[in-house]
Design a protein around this ligand. Structure first.
Ligand code: ATP
Ligand code: MG
Length: 474
């Protein structure tokens, strides 16, 4: 039985999360929303029914594998729609600290981050070695490892920040989706319990929003204190991770539109699978292993075709490229020499990155076309729909998610941005893969805008698109 099938079987029996009770402890504190405001905000943020909405078209297989019951459409909660402090707010007249907790897939992570961008403490327990033998993440094993590690990891992050307990932070954020449902439930239940026990404002974090916003923290950290915001909205984001490959228009916190998705595999998933096909040791992560191995090869010795090179759109596809590697490996005598396999690794990487570049060029062209169509439209004709009229002028590209740690991806996309007069922002490599800092920071961005969620009854969302998908035609 292969890993993906195992994962599916394990995941098939998962049920939705039900958060425990007791909002009462925070209800009397200043900044806590009235019952009516809470009700209105909850309605505004209610998950639409499961259905064949466009948002689900083009989701990678890995997401379907990761998804289960409790799927919904929607998107990250819009701060504009729900800008209500359902569980109170920290004192925002001074820098405040947030504990972030992440358990959406195979990393148990926590961090304490201050609202001025200082990372005060972090801890992470990675599970690559646990899953390496299975050919993919096994949800049941991942859940058990999260449950065994989460208390220790949170304690280590607090201790690294010089804090003795969660009572010493000003708020708590946790990833509630998308991801593996049974894994999300571990972190979410832990965070809910801490928030209720210590009466802290609580933020339910969207994992993909956290990946995207991470670049804003990195930009702030790199800038001199007191300087203007380094990465203001709006910007274009390329999210390349283990479960997603998406191009996003990021118009504000909670305001995203998807303008490109993968038709099959996510890029990180393809890196992981190809690393296994090439017989690499994936105990420290398939993507990093493949990147290191590819440095020893020469792509010109075993060139691979760029996926969908003749297709003029913003969709991604990596399944064909992965199959091409499998076919080539199969033709090599005894699986090939190390040099031959390194050439294939280099060729895979080059073709995959060329594909990213091509899709990005189309996306930038489409954005420019939308902008000029808007400029030509008669005054008052601004569309109310979520389409053309809302493509803003873009000054930056953010590349985030685990694959953004890859040096060649960074270099090649950096050059493309320069060509287009765009600034490129990427988190530091170690903060591209899942971590607690991005969760704490996403919570800070929301708290700073006056938003918090009710811990009681918070449910995890295995499938949760970050925004609506726009029709992109060139
Ligand atoms: N240096 C690298 N080069 C290429 N890929 C890499 C590199 N480092 C990590 N990756 C890939 O990044 C992925 C992990 O990223 P991340 O932690 O963001 O994914 P995830 O959380 O599992 O997925 P998602 O964020 O979509 O839910 C893995 O697939 C891994 O192979
Ligand atoms: Mg991730």
């Amino acid at each position: 039985m292969n890993g993906a099938l195992l994962a599916l079987l394990h995941h098939g029996s998962v049920l939705a999360c039900a958060g425990p009770s007791a909002l009462a402890r925070v209800a009397g504190r200043p900044g806590v929303a009235s019952r009516a405001a809470r009700g209105a905000a909850l309605r505004a943020n209610a998950a639409p029914p499961v259905g064949a909405s466009r948002e689900h078209v083009g989701l990678p297989k890995s997401v379907l594998r990761r998804g289960g019951g409790g799927g919904d459409g929607g998107g990250a909660p819009s701060v504009a729609a729900t800008g209500v402090a359902l569980s109170g707010l920290p004192d925002r007249s001074r820098p405040f600290t947030v504990l972030g907790i992440e358990t959406s897939c195979d990393d148990t992570a926590a961090a304490v981050v201050r609202s001025d961008g200082a990372i005060l403490g972090e801890s992470i327990a990675k599970q690559d070695a646990i899953h390496a033998q299975w050919g993919g993440v096994v949800p049941g094993l991942a859940r058990d490892a999260h449950a065994a590690a989460v208390g220790r990891v949170v304690g280590e992050a607090l201790a690294a920040a010089g804090l003795s307990s969660a009572a010493d932070v000003d708020a708590i954020g946790v990833t509630v989706g998308p991801g593996l449902e049974i894994c999300l439930r571990v972190g979410s239940a832990h965070a809910i319990e801490l928030a209720q026990r210590h009466g802290k404002p609580f933020v339910a974090v969207h994992h993909l929003e956290a990946h995207c916003l991470m670049a804003r923290l990195a930009a702030r950290a790199a800038a001199p204190p007191g300087s203007a915001e380094q990465l203001p909205f709006p910007f274009l984001s390329l999210l390349v991770s283990g479960g997603h490959c998406q191009l996003l228009l990021c118009r504000g916190v909670g305001d995203y539109a998807i303008i490109g998705s993968t038709l099959d595999d996510a890029l990180g998933e393809a890196y992981d699978k190809v690393a296994r096909l090439l017989g690499l040791d994936v105990g420290g992560g398939g993507g990093a292993a493949l990147e290191a191995f590819a440095r020893r090869g020469n792509a010109a010795n075993a060139p691979l075709p760029v996926p969908m090179a003749r297709r003029k759109d913003t969709s991604f596809s990596f399944a064909g490229l992965k199959t091409a590697v499998r076919t080539r490996v199969g033709k090599l005598d005894g699986g090939g020499s190390e040099a031959e396999r390194a050439d294939l690794a280099a060729a895979f990487q080059l073709a995959a990155i060329a594909h990213l570049e091509q899709r990005l060029r189309y996306a930038l062209r489409w954005c420019a076309e939308q902008r000029s169509a808007q400029a030509d439209a008669p005054i008052g004709d601004a569309a109310d729909n979520d389409g053309a009229a809302r493509v803003p002028p873009l000054s930056a590209l953010v590349v985030s998610g685990g694959v953004a740690a890859n040096a060649l991806v960074r270099a090649r996309l950096g050059a493309l941005c320069e060509e287009h007069g765009l600034a490129m922002h990427t988190p530091p490599p170690r903060l591209c893969t899942d971590n607690g800092v991005m969760v704490a920071w996403a919570a800070i961005e929301r708290l700073a805008l006056g938003h918090s969620d009710q811990a009681e009854g918070t449910e995890v969302r295995a499938r949760w698109p970050l925004g609506a998908a726009l029709e992109v035609t060139l």
